[in-house]
Design a protein around this ligand. Structure first.
Ligand code: SF4
Length: 396
């Protein structure tokens, strides 16, 4: 995506891979990764994993970038912004206790500009607000009653309460819970830790490994073929499949691989249950709707968008038009960073923003990724919703 927006050959996957090989072979420094040139070449990689599926040899530059950043910062000093980004889960947890004050601060032009300046975020980017309650708090209060209300259960799942939905978009988590309950599924919650996605993207690999180890150890006995782990934020849940096995070694790696076999995005889970006839169109309204769907880039690289398109067409008269957009340009924290903001907007303008703007007023815009939804709002002023929100609203 950075090449498509900039048309600069240095931003191609090929150039990044060549530069990495060249510098690792010829860098005279003890730490071969200590290269500002290599840093600059990898800086505009959005870690979207588009190359993982599109490159014939399946090169995953996002993973190489994580490793590079880890090694590079063994010798160089990390900027404050990296710590702020990886502390996102903790700061949002704290903010959720003072949601009115925090939301006032991030909405106020003066206060939010001061926060963005201090962190190194673009002044043109909006900051995410926190929900009045966390999804986990809501689950603890309501889950027993919801599970007890089921006459007959169709299945059981453990839900992954990712750090983004938990504090910033708890309403989506709540709708997911109510949707699964209405469809007849018993939901379990486990006191897991955050996914480590932010740590991976910034090269904090030791912390990412600790988080992966904690989650695998905790969930390996709770998850099996009959009780899968499902998540609604693609970048978080797919860490279990695409990142954890590479972060861990030997016995733990095997456990991570075996756990990964029963980890799914919510779209994959509902699509599979629909195909088995456990979820039917009769459970949803017959009204007509057109949905313009943008898939998250890591979801596209690892799962594809078929499951999302399938579930959005369970209601009989829903039509899905997939936006052929590649990465939206936000890529987690990338589009917040002041030096990356312009490029992130340019990438958004390639396909995604025009498609959203050209949609009819009554059409629904949908995106599975929290960053994608945020970017769509900042770039077009339109609200995009998660597919589960659409299904929940379409229940009979
Ligand atoms: S991860 Fe995305 S931005 Fe980075 S090299 Fe691969 S395709 Fe390009």
């Amino acid at each position: 995506p950075s090449y498509q927006a900039s048309k600069d050959e240095r931003n191609t996957t090929r150039a990044r891979a060549n530069m990495l090989r060249e510098i690792l072979n010829n860098n005279p420094h003890r730490n071969k990764f200590n290269s500002k040139e290599l840093y600059d070449v990898l800086d505009l990689c959005l870690s979207c994993k588009g190359c993982k599926t599109e490159c014939p040899s399946g090169v995953d530059v996002a993973k190489l970038k994580s490793e590079f950043l880890y090694q590079y910062y063994q010798t160089n000093r990390r900027p404050l912004r990296m710590y702020a980004i990886t502390a996102f889960g903790k700061t949002q947890k704290l903010a959720s206790h003072f949601s009115i004050l925090y939301n006032y601060m991030v909405s106020s032009a003066i206060l939010s500009s001061a926060i963005k300046k201090a962190i190194g975020f673009s002044l043109y980017r909006s900051l995410p607000k926190v929900h009045g309650t966390s999804w986990m708090k809501w689950l603890r209060k309501n889950i027993h009653q919801l599970n007890a209300s089921l006459d007959q259960k169709k299945g059981e799942v453990v839900i992954f309460v990712d750090e983004f939905t938990n504090y910033n978009e708890a309403h989506i988590g709540i709708k997911t819970t109510l949707l699964l309950n209405e469809l007849g599924y018993r939901i379990h919650i486990v006191k897991h830790t955050e996914s480590g996605r932010a740590h991976l993207s910034k090269g904090f690999l030791k912390t990412a490994r600790k988080l992966a180890r904690h989650n695998v150890n905790l969930l390996k006995s709770a998850i099996n073929h009959s009780i899968p782990l499902i998540g609604i934020e693609p970048s978080a849940i797919l860490s279990f499949r695409d990142e954890y096995p590479d972060l861990l070694r030997e016995k733990e790696k095997k456990e991570a691989l075996s756990l990964a076999e029963n980890v799914f995005t919510i779209e994959e889970f509902i699509a599979s249950e629909f195909k088995q006839g456990k979820i039917t169109a009769d459970q949803f309204i017959d009204l007509e709707a057109t949905i313009h769907y943008h898939g998250h880039c890591q979801q596209k690289a690892i799962v594809g968008t078929d499951p999302a398109r399938t579930i959005l067409q369970i209601p009989r008269n829903f039509t899905v038009k997939e936006i052929k957009s590649g990465c939206c340009g936000m890529a987690g924290s990338f589009g917040y960073e002041k030096e990356h903001f312009d490029l992130s907007m340019k990438i958004g303008e390639l396909v995604l923003f025009p498609a959203v703007r050209n949609a009819n007023m009554e059409d629904i815009i949908s995106a599975s990724g929290t960053s994608c939804r945020h970017h769509i709002k900042d770039g077009t002023g339109k609200i995009a919703v998660h597919p589960v929100e659409i299904l929940y609203d379409a229940l009979l």
